[in-house]
Design a protein around this ligand. Sequence first.
Ligand code: GLC
Length: 440
Amino acid sequence: MHVRSVAALLAALALSAAGCGGSDDKEKSGGGSGAAATETGSGETAGVKEADAASADSAKGSVTYCTGKDTSGAQIESVKLFNEAAKAQGLTAKILEFPESADAQREQFIQRQRAKSGECDIFYSDVVWTAEFAAQKWLLDMTKIVEGRKDEFIPSTLETVKYDGKYFGVPKQTDAGFLYYRSDKVDAVPATWQAVYAEAAKTDGIVYQGAPYEGLTVNYLELAFAAGGKVLSDDGKKSEIDSPENLKALQFMADGIKQGGAKKSVTTYMEEQARRSFEAGRATFMRNWPYAFALGNKAKKIKGKFKVAPYPEFEGGGKAGILGGHNLVISAFSKNPGGAVKLIDFLTAPEAIKRDAAKYSLAPTLLATYDDPEVQKALPFAADLKQAVEQAKSRPVTPVYNAVSQAIYKNVNAALSGQMEPKAALEKAQTEIDKALGTF
Ligand code: GLC
């Protein structure tokens, strides 16, 4: 899918629905790149306040950093180091952890922003939330700050903070899914997903994220895109989820559970359940993000007995991955935006991103980190990771993304748990996505 053109179109639609902006404005708005896009001040996000870098060094008081569950401990360590460094300035930071699932974190943030609460100064924002949060004018514009550091970041990660021609955050951690496998049980990852599932059926199976939440949208789209499918039409106007390619992928996943390649319990699994199952030695293969690598190396049962590989091909299709990750955004209701800029600078500095990678196997957003010998030693798949992040496809960029994703994961989950035929599930998803696109 041409994500940029979809984004531009969706933003243009929103503009015309709001009855503002001439045709020039429409062209300039949206997630497209280029000078024209950054010059516009008249899009949907017109009037949002800018984050002021100049006030960062004199900021005092406290800053609250709202984030998901800190499974790896990386965030806690970084904030502790920040507090040591910022003490002299009279600035402190604290973490507020939200529940584990991506959807629950979004809900927590939305509740606060609707109430115009200043509780979260910074939010660890999933790449798929930028459009929605920016369109609601819940975020500060960080364009000037990002422009000054643009060359440091992997370009695909910068695209995830761009909306309406502006940057609404700083890329903190990127993500690409990998296939973990027990190297003491299989020699290598087979060349196709079909062969992986066949091997899984003969051994202890594969685990992935199949619960009805954002993670399942990712897991399904990885296979659907590899099979040649799309979510929206190229012009972004309608759903194309009900296609023969997408059906092939869904049928494959449903059969995988029926035929024993995938464990039945995956329909209730998020990242952490899959990781625990793999670490307990109950699965031969696992689809997961890089964070599970460092933790796996500490797990007694599998330490030294597993490896990480890029995805295989979908038979009759190709290879595909989905870009994940999180950006640090500043709430429009923050009472300490200067302090927030200071903390974001610290958390996205080369030293912090390197520590996140080398110690916690979190995927770096900074290009140079991949060339660091310590990082390469700690992450033997660093080169594959960089390539996966550069080549991964985006999920659709739209302010109604959450409704689009819900239509996908609820119906896909129903098909995986045998409550619906795959074809009927895609038909229902199609209707629901079209309805969501019609709401703005
Ligand atoms: C990871 C990814 C994020 C994705 C989520 C789904 O946290 O970084 O982009 O939405 O998993 O569970």
